[in-house]
Design a protein around this ligand. Sequence first.
Ligand code: PGA
Ligand code: ZN
Length: 395
Amino acid sequence: MKIENIKANKILDSRGEWTVEVEIESENKGKASIPSGKSLGSHEAVCLDCDLIEKNLPEFLKEVKNFDFKSSQEFDNFLIERAGKNKEKLGGNFTLGCSIAFAKVLAKKEGLELYEYLEKEYTQTTANYTQAAAESYNNSPREFALSLQESAPTPKLIINIIGGGVHSFNNLDFQECWLVSKQSFSEKLIAEILSVINILENKLSKPLGRNDEGAFCTNFNDNYEPFIYLNQFKENFELGADIAANQIKKDINWQEIYHQLKKLNVTYLEDPYKEDEFEYFANLRKEGFKVIGDDLTTTNTERLKTALEKNSLDGVIVKPNQIGTIKETFDFIKLAKENNLFTIFSHRSGETNDNWIIDLGISFNADYFKIGVPLQGERIAKWNRLKEIFDKNDK
Ligand code: PGA
Ligand code: ZN
């Protein structure tokens, strides 16, 4: 499909900072806006300023117009070739906006939802998708994709319910204290989470309220106190934390911390050490924690290969704007899944009202979603999209 025009609009994100919304005009139109992180890993794709993106646009557009892209992957390869190392020439925020906006155009052309389109295109390239096979599943790419799996994907939720670190104004060193759902997404789970919020709201919302992702961020006596609160929910939830160790500048006795967190029933730990400390991650797995990479892996296949060699991980965070295209995000997930790692599709702390992260997670079989608490519009947009897809596929 030929691309006729690309616009890079400057829009505000949930922190009141500028971010980019890309609009692609072809046989129809597709739009995607890109979130931004505050707790950044240094191996993430470069995020370019909106004014610079706009300046680069005419030359990029001139070249794009010479091509007829047959698929989302073909367009992504074009973007990857032109963006240079770490997407520094075009900006990973711009390339991801293009990648998603174009996938939306292709989906619309076929009368499919974004998640259905991606399932179809990626299933075709990975699992002998044929017209005959598609027809035997009523031409539903979702049904066909599900038929290739042992069981239907049932994403669970990771709820960042108490916050600290660079997302907050309080005295907690850890960035996120989690409840990890034992059951998969359903209306019942939503009700359970809302009741947890009600219980904690009275105790924890004063005087500092909620942080960038909607997590409660009051002051605590120490780094352990949040988990004492969270233990009351352990019948239905497991406990975890995004330590975001990269952002913690003071000296910390990590061994002592993890010893105490173990006693407080914390099971999941994201970025428990700094972004290049692959061996320390591996050692913590031997203590029985489920260890997750975010700044360690930055949705980057090369970083993941190192983590796999060193046995550093049980699971990975998937943030498409860390790498800059759908295709590279898929390659990362494929490698993770081939090595039995679980995947957590994640929002960023600075979000927009777009909800493509849910479509990507559904089409690529997310094991978990981490999309904040349903208290702020930019997070609610993701919760509602997840519910919409589940309702549709339940019928
Ligand atoms: P960020 O934080 O979006 O600010 O990077 C989220 C995380 O570290 O998981
Ligand atoms: Zn993180």
